[in-house]
Design a binder for this molecule. Structure first.
Ligand code: C2E
Ligand code: SIN
Ligand code: SIN
Ligand code: FE
Ligand code: FE
Length: 383
């Protein structure tokens, strides 16, 4: 695989080389500092290393102490491969903290054959450098393979230069791992809380998941960019969380609610809103909006605020369509599920009244895709 390294390939004076080195590093620093996707970040880091030392390939390995393994997060020509934590040059570097310059990999007993056997690649020379997190603990190793110059051997200078890339790798990977963990935690809390709301009101089965899926689909159809629509989807299970504060005597009442009971029930919107409104977490801010506005009506006759038209947040308008579509098609303690024709007739009838007319159009035009989601998550067969 040809690599066009701009560095150290000619006999330029050293100051020019250093200038190029710096410009390569700054170029990648910019890319790396804005990257939040782990795979892309690692590819950038691998590209940086390859360019810095004229290697054919670079790869990034992470240590999983609990599993006692090492795995390739990414790099050139690697799929995800897992090896024991004490094997290979990588394992040696991680255990001892040593950097390695290897000239002939196959002649070294520490070489782990797994990768070459799985990929058909031929490793000759290797540079291997462990990297650390901000606390100084070794969390992985950075590897450059096959020097592309005539000598085919990495030098001590290559090692020094590659330490730059390796150093970046530790710090930026840790930042991303922590960030991902936060997002995962947020998602988990949200789904858990949504399920609590669900079980309290005995809306068994996949209700929360279906509403989230319908909402996501409608959001995409409405032209919301995917990364925004995904946040909305993760927040969606919280829309009825305020129902946890509604007494069983109302929530589980088999028949129609009295006016007084219904006015209490309506508070599930503001209760949910109050739970989340002070959070600085983005997903929880979205959850606050959805909890507050999912029972507003397009014509202004909804609750709690009686907001009208586009004064209702788009997320509230979307959740209203998704929520009611699902509620009508489901058994509740107080009602039986409606047949599909009656539901679509209702949505049409309420176009521009209860619901945003544009969203109803999108919903009806793509009805088959909503039905697909409904058929995939049928109540009763999930738990
Ligand atoms: P839910 O059961 O999840 O219903 C959500 C929304 O779907 C309702 O909001 C309403 O807009 C729509 N919906 C559900 N079933 C029907 C129906 O049979 N006919 C029509 N036209 N629309 C329906 P809404 O009305 O604001 O109610 C909010 C929540 O209050 C409901 O959530 C449910 O938990 C409770 N609730 C509403 N009415 C009754 C009732 O008569 N008895 C009991 N026990 N609970 C009720
Ligand atoms: C829920 O999402 O748990 C309540 C059901 C609904 O309002 O449709
Ligand atoms: C839309 O209306 O298509 C999306 C714009 C928004 O996020 O409010
Ligand atoms: Fe609700
Ligand atoms: Fe709901």
């Amino acid at each position: 695989m040809p690599t066009t390294s701009k560095l150290f390939s000619t006999n330029e004076p050293l100051n020019t080389k250093s200038d190029r080195l710096l410009s390569v590093i700054f170029e990648y620093m910019t890319k790396i500092s804005v990257e939040t996707d782990m795979k892309k970040l690692v590819m950038n880091l691998a590209d940086l290393g390859r360019e810095l030392v004229s290697a054919d390939r670079c790869s990034v390995w992470l240590h999983e102490p609990n599993e006692k393994t090492l795995w390739t997060v990414g790099g050139h020509g690697v799929k995800t491969i897992t090896i024991p934590e004490d094997s290979g040059f990588v394992g040696h570097s991680i255990q001892t903290g040593e950097e390695l310059i290897i000239e002939d990999a196959y002649a070294d007993s520490r070489f782990n054959w797994t990768v070459d056997e799985e990929t058909g690649y031929q490793t000759t020379s290797v540079l291997c450098i462990p990297f650390r997190n901000a606390d100084g603990e070794i969390i992985g190793a950075y590897q450059a393979i096959n020097k592309l110059t005539e000598t085919k051997a990495f030098t001590n200078r290559d090692l020094d230069v590659l330490k730059i890339a390796s150093n970046f790798t530790g710090k930026s990977l840790e930042a991303i791992i922590l960030r991902n963990e936060l997002v995962e935690t947020q998602k988990e809390i949200i789904v858990t809380m949504g399920e609590i709301g669900e079980s309290r009101s005995q809306e068994t089965g996949f209700h929360v998941k279906r509403v989230a899926k319908y909402s996501y689909l409608l959001a995409c159809l409405a032209g919301i960019p995917d990364h925004e629509a995904l946040k909305f989807k993760y927040a969606s299970p919280m829309h009825d969380i305020g129902k946890v504060a509604i007494p069983d005597s109302i929530l589980l009442k088999p028949g129609k609610l009295t006016e007084e009971e219904f006015s209490l029930m309506k508070q599930h919107t503001t209760i949910g809103h109050n739970v989340f409104k002070n959070s600085k977490r983005e997903l929880l801010q979205i959850a606050a909006i959805i909890a507050n506005e999912h029972h507003e009506r397009y014509d202004g006759n909804g609750y709690p605020a009686g907001k009208k038209g586009e004064d209702i947040h788009l997320y509230g308008r979307i959740t209203a369509v998704a929520d009611v579509f699902d509620a009508l098609g489901s058994d509740r303690v107080y009602k039986k599920a409606w047949p599909l024709e009656k539901i679509t007739a209702y949505m049409k009838e309420e176009r521009g009244k209860q619901f945003d007319p544009g969203l109803v159009d999108l919903f009806l035009e793509n009805l088959d895709r909503f039905i697909e989601i409904r058929d995939e998550f049928v109540d009763g067969c999930d738990r």
